[in-house]
Design a binder for this molecule. Sequence first.
Ligand SMILES: Nc1ncnc2c1ncn2[C@@H]1O[C@H](COP(=O)(O)OP(=O)(O)OP(=O)(O)O)[C@@H](O)[C@H]1O
Length: 298
Amino acid sequence: MTAAIEVRHLTRRHGDTLALDGVTTSFEEHAIHGLLGRNGAGKSTLMSLITGQDFPTSGEVQVFGQAPHENEHVLSRISFIREAQRYFDDFKARHAFSAAADAYPHWDQNLAEELAEEFRVPEKTRIKKMSHGQRSAVGVITGIASRAELTLFDEPYVGLDAVARQLFYDRLLADYAEHPRTVIISSHLIDEISHLIENVVLIDQGKLLLDEPAEQLRGRAVTLVGPAHRVREAVGTRTVLSTEQLGRTARTTVMGGFSDAERAELHRAEIDITPVSLQQLVVHLTTTRSTTSEEAVR
Ligand SMILES: Nc1ncnc2c1ncn2[C@@H]1O[C@H](COP(=O)(O)OP(=O)(O)OP(=O)(O)O)[C@@H](O)[C@H]1O
């Protein structure tokens, strides 16, 4: 596996705020990465540094083996789609697409036009006057049809309705299957994108909390529900992410898998075991971080 992006000891400080705090990681090429974290975690900052729109305070970023800042060789291979995308005042969707056609060597105009129809992007309306969702659609269409070697979507769904979001996920996945490339998506709708992402990068308060294949994370945490004393026994020395008790019934979420034999034992003890979704796992890890999660992710 080759890394499309290498990030080493990356720190970005704004006054007293450490937007990124010594992050070291890499993003493998030809994979869809989910960049996750709470508000203010540092996701957009990391994307801005990767796309050469910002400078690190210390540390370094390399994209395709080179520093991205003012580096045409690197920047021409990157498509960065974000919510607050700016367009010229008189730009309609077709102007944005024709600018993208000039910028991206692998741009597919037919695909852009097909998607514009599917997303119902109005032809005659200036982008500035479009609804929030329509504007976001212009962005995601640009991101997909640019077929850039590296495509970053920073919360691209804002304003998109459920149908349009599903369309975005489906079309991105279909196009990615035919034209593999490196994609990074930051999103708060984790369950919606969990089937898309192959690798999870989780940051919290500027620090890297998790960098792991999504497959490995499935079943990494489970919730046990059953008689409180038996649940306590079953948990043993596992790290508890959360626990609550209602009467004699406990509901406890723990890190770590259970073998078939252990599961049979849980069944006998009348304890239900259910896997924790990626979204629930992220919520647990980023709300319990100060006490258990740093330990838990090991
Ligand atoms: N230009 C800036 N000046 C001052 N502080 C900044 C600046 N840019 C980012 N920050 C701070 O850095 C931290 C990380 O911000 P960033 O936008 O990267 O978070 P995020 O993970 O993208 O959040 P969200 O999910 O809310 O978009 C925040 O505390 C933010 O307030």
